[in-house]
Design a protein around this ligand. Structure first.
Ligand code: SAH
Ligand code: SF4
Length: 353
């Protein structure tokens, strides 16, 4: 199926792949740069917008390659927070979601990399919905291009790979999407406005470090202790926290960036005094900061087992927890629950396949 998808769409091709395509079609290589720029910078969804491309080539492309990799189905706006959730449909009728999160001086787009997720983290609605398939680079990039079409070119200033799915389990397409986003002929987004979030796949973290892309990396930590982490994130049985900490140290050193630890506060599980001590130790071992996320309810998924027992840490306790970390000179960001009212907050994305 993968090659069918790749053959049918032009969106998602990197500049090098477009150059190869031009050669295959008997065209000049510089056309690749023009088409690349039209699709990813000027948000062209119609070949006829590409006025500097000869009509004969436009027609050839029109006949053989679809431009839009996704179709916008609906969007839902939260008036209280300004958050907007998009529902997109793929060519094979899969549904995926992306979220635009406004802040003072920025608009961040949270994008998906898989239809569902195979990793089954106990606190995550996407994990509970199961896994269907990887998204193509075209489908990853089109979330940004379609949202930008609504918001206006260059209005979306940041991208976080924190929607549905585990980006590092869809490594090849994630890398291609990053190559497209960071190319100077493309979106104009600099690498430090793009964050890839992972539950922790150590060998892929190292490969991302070696890719030269130097985007920001966030590790979903959620506990400083192996046994607790394994209980809420089964993937920790396969790839331990220790292996992941080694990998992120390599990432920070190779890319000269600071790692973000994401930490969703779960009452009685990771909000105790010993958790603070564990976090202080980990933060001392690598250039980093902590992003504390209030636990967003997943009750709309009717969970069972441990997922049904999870409760959010009360907000005043989260603030105390954050203050104790700050006292040790750790940078702590306390994220608001944004978009909870439209099930668009972290970990709430789930749709029928
Ligand atoms: N798969 C990747 C990226 C998508 S999840 C990862 O796990 O990092 C994005 C972030 O949302 C992760 O830090 C994840 O742990 C967090 N998250 C998942 N479910 C959540 C929930 N119900 N409440 C708060 N944060 C949640
Ligand atoms: Fe997948 Fe991330 Fe959700 Fe875990 S938190 S199930 S890795 S999307």
């Amino acid at each position: 199926m993968k090659s069918v998808i790749k053959d049918r769409f032009i969106k998602g091709r990197t500049l090098d792949e477009l150059k190869d395509l031009m050669l295959e079609l008997g065209e000049q290589k510089f056309r690749a740069e023009q088409i690349f720029n039209w699709m990813y910078n000027h948000l062209a969804f119609d070949y006829d917008q590409m006025v500097n491309i000869p009509k004969s080539l436009r027609n050839k492309l029109k006949e053989n390659y679809d431009i839009a990799a996704l179709e916008k189905v609906t969007s839902e706006y939260s008036a209280s927070t300004g958050t907007e959730k998009y529902l997109f449909k793929t060519f094979d009728n899969r549904n995926i979601e992306s979220v635009v999160i406004p802040d003072k001086d920025r608009k961040t787009l949270c994008i998906s990399t898989q239809v569902g997720c195979p990793l089954d983290c106990k606190f995550c609605a996407t994990g509970l919905m199961g896994y269907k398939r990887n998204l193509t680079a075209g489908e990853i990039v089109d979330q940004y291009l379609l949202a930008s079409k609504d918001y206006g070119a260059k209005e979306i200033t940041n991208i976080v790979y924190m929607g549905m799915g585990e980006p590092l389990l869809n490594f090849e397409e994630t890398i291609k999407s990053l190559q497209i986003f960071t190319n100077e002929l493309s979106t104009g987004l600099s690498r430090n406005r793009i964050t890839v979030s992972t539950s922790g796949i150590p060998h892929k973290i190292k490969e991302l470090a070696d890719s030269g892309l130097r985007v920001k990396l966030a590790l979903s930590l959620h506990s400083a202790f192996e046994d607790i982490r394994s209980k809420i994130m089964p993937i920790n049985e396969k790839y331990s926290l220790k292996q992941n900490l080694d990998a992120i140290k390599y990432y920070a050193k190779t890319t000269k960036t600071r790692i973000t630890f994401e930490y969703t506060m779960l009452e009685g599980i990771n909000d105790r005094e010993e958790d603070i001590k564990g976090l202080i130790k980990i933060c001392a071992s690598v250039p980093s900061k902590i992003n504390i996320i209030p636990f967003n309810s997943i009750k709309h998924m009717n969970p069972d087992g441990i997922s049904a027992e999870l409760e959010p840490t009360p907000f005043h306790k989260i603030q105390l927890f954050a203050d104790k970390l700050r006292d040790k000179n750790i940078t702590v960001m306390l994220r608001d629950t944004q978009g909870d009212d439209i099930a668009a907050a972290c970990g709430q994305l789930a749709v029928k396949f």
